[in-house]
Write a protein that binds this ligand. Structure first.
Ligand code: ATP
Length: 239
């Protein structure tokens, strides 16, 4: 479980303020908001890449404010991350990129990396280098790399935004299958409201660095039957 209590992060004129939330184990949690609302900043806090300026923050009951390098490493091993710009290593092949998180754990066996490359439809590309791939293919390699350790937390920063609808749906379907398989917690940052509404169980709406609303998404409920405030907020954001 992830808990934030009154978290604050300041970047010059911009600040994330009063961020208090609980992300329960196994939930698919959306973070949505306009450009510059602080979505990536929040994700990089959750990913332990950015320190907080104030407030409290726990992952699995571990206080994340003053972690040693070793403690951070242990928590990070529970995470698989997809970055907005993929973060693939261009000097490694597709297979080596996908295998990297296992290699860092001392696991030489590449069978899991091959398994995930097949899942994302890129087995034929195992020996090529990322620079020769399309954006959608790079994103699928990033997905294979994020999933190869079977992480407890899967963090996705605009993982589908740069993709055509076919590739976006492919990635979402793989994530749904993974979620059905072992119920990881998935944190899905996006400005695409339709995808957040169809994919997530719960959704945080960020507005200028502050929580505007936390919405439980009821997939069986018609929008007209939903609480009018979040519906309005969704509409405003979708303009
Ligand atoms: N490392 C950094 N150093 C300085 N300012 C930063 C840093 N990271 C983010 N910011 C600032 O924080 C604000 C929020 O940025 P952030 O990337 O979190 O927003 P976002 O909602 O993810 O936007 P987008 O949808 O465009 O990716 C912006 O004003 C940005 O310039």
């Amino acid at each position: 479980m992830i808990q934030l209590n009154q978290v604050r992060k300041v970047y010059g004129e911009f600040s994330l303020e009063n961020i208090s939330l609980t992300i329960k184990n196994g939930v698919i949690y959306g973070v949505v908001g306009e450009s510059g609302s602080g979505k990536s900043t929040l994700l990089s806090i959750l990913n332990l890449s950015t320190s907080i300026d104030d407030g409290k923050f726990w992952i699995d009951d571990v206080d994340c404010r003053d972690l040693t390098r070793k403690q951070k490493g242990i928590l990070k091993q529970k995470m698989g991350m997809i970055f907005q710009d993929y973060h693939l290593l261009n000097n490694l092949t597709v297979l080596e990129n996908s295998h990297l998180p296992l290699k860092l754990k001392g696991i030489k066996d590449k069978s899991q990396a091959l398994f995930w490359l097949e899942k994302v439809g890129l087995l034929d590309y195992a020996t090529v280098y990322p620079s020769t791939l399309s954006g959608g293919q790079k994103q699928r390699v990033a997905l294979a790399r994020a999933l190869v350790t079977k992480p407890k937390y899967i963090l996705l920063d605009e993982a589908t935004s740069a993709l055509d609808e076919y590739n976006a749906q492919l990635i979402l379907q793989i994530l749904r299958d993974v979620h059905d398989d072992y119920q990881p917690t998935i944190i899905f940052v996006s400005h695409d409201l339709d995808k957040v509404k169809s994919f997530c169980d719960e959704c945080l709406i960020l507005d200028k660095g502050q929580i505007r609303h936390i919405v439980e998404v009821n997939h069986s409920q018609d929008e007209a039957e939903c609480d009018p405030y979040p519906t309005k907020a969704f509409r405003r954001l979708s303009k």
